[in-house]
Ligand binder design. Structure first.
Ligand SMILES: NC(=O)c1ccc[n+]([C@@H]2O[C@H](COP(=O)([O-])OP(=O)(O)OC[C@H]3O[C@@H](n4cnc5c(N)ncnc54)[C@H](OP(=O)(O)O)[C@@H]3O)[C@@H](O)[C@H]2O)c1
Length: 281
């Protein structure tokens, strides 16, 4: 059994932590500075609260599962303690950002394993995969055994797990943003009803998909801005056009920046479209 540190128990982190607990490990988290929502999730997942210093000194493995824009800062906080265990970054970040995280972590004295999570927060087997790569990936892959989280080794280079996550989310979240842009264009031009009628004839999945895209953008768009920027940077690094995902970042930024976005429980499609329509200030 392994003592694992988890920074931090968001929707995904808490569910991953719960899988590790169900596999028999002790999972530590640090409540300081975190919201009531995070505390509630950590308690529900039966994670053990402790201070940051003891989390670092007691954990053989630390998972970083946080908003992508915070991945480097979280790594720096851990490295500054002189942590010498195994550090897993499982965030949606580009290979270049993952390399920076790895450099910070290894300079501090720890080993790095690259990760990328695909699927919803795991609550039943078969839906969520944790891709892992790097020399010690197999040690991490053994941790969630017989839980709802499936660990897979991503064959390829050391940062293959992050690369897979970027390529995967480029399609899923990129096309959701494109769909929202199309629907907003139709509304701006006064032809939304005509477009919906045409979709009903020739693209039957799109009305519902655009509703789902708006709902997801309302609750998670703030976090996806950085993820789209990481994907745009990945495209540039591979000699590909970055514009698709720069635009997707702007769509998600507009949803979350123009006033308070609708909450998860009371999201409103028209409000999301209105947020996208209005030019950011
Ligand atoms: N949710 C999904 O379906 C999903 C799917 C695949 C991959 N992922 C990946 O999982 C990671 C986390 O996603 P999530 O859904 O768990 O996000 P989340 O629900 O928004 O939770 C983020 C967690 O990080 C904490 N946090 C917020 N700002 C922070 C900062 N500046 N520095 C350090 N910690 C901060 C939050 O704490 P407080 O709110 O308490 O401050 C919360 O505990 C992301 O990299 C994402 O790409 C998520």
């Amino acid at each position: 059994m392994t003592t694992v540190g988890l920074l931090h128990p968001g929707e995904m982190g808490a569910a991953v932590g719960g899988c590790l607990v169900s596999a028999g490990h002790t999972v530590l988290w640090d409540p300081s500075g975190r919201s009531r929502a995070t505390t509630g999730r950590a308690l529900a997942a039966e994670l053990s609260g402790t201070g940051f210093d003891s989390l670092v000194s007691e954990s053989e493995v630390i998972f970083s599962i946080c908003p992508p824009h915070a991945a480097l800062d979280v790594a720096r906080q851990v490295a500054e303690t002189g942590y010498s265990g195994l550090y897993v970054d499982a965030n949606a970040i580009s290979v270049a950002t993952a390399q920076r995280v790895a450099a910070v972590i290894t300079a501090g004295g720890a080993d790095y394993v690259d990760g990328g999570i695909i699927g919803p927060p795991p609550d039943a087997a078969g839906h969520t995969r944790l891709y892992l790569s790097g020399p010690r990936a197999k040690e991490v892959a053994a941790l969630p055994r017989r839980s709802a989280l499936e660990a897979r080794i991503a064959d390829g280079p050391a940062f293959a797990a992050s690369a897979v996550k970027m390529a995967y989310a480029a399609w899923t979240k990129g096309t959701s943003a494109l769909l929202l842009a199309c629907r907003t264009l139709a509304r701006a031009e006064g032809v939304e009803r005509v477009l919906l009628a045409e979709w009903g004839l020739s693209q039957r999945a799109l009305p519902e998909k655009s509703q789902q895209a708006a709902s997801a953008a309302a609750s998670k768009g703030w976090r996806w801005v950085a993820e789209m920027e990481e994907i745009a940077a990945s495209m540039t690094a591979a000699g590909l056009p970055a514009g698709f995902h720069e635009a997707a970042a702007e769509i998600y930024d507009r949803v979350s920046r123009n006033g308070t976005p609708p909450s998860d429980s009371a999201w409103n499609f028209d409000a999301v479209i209105a947020h996208i329509c209005s030019t950011p200030t």
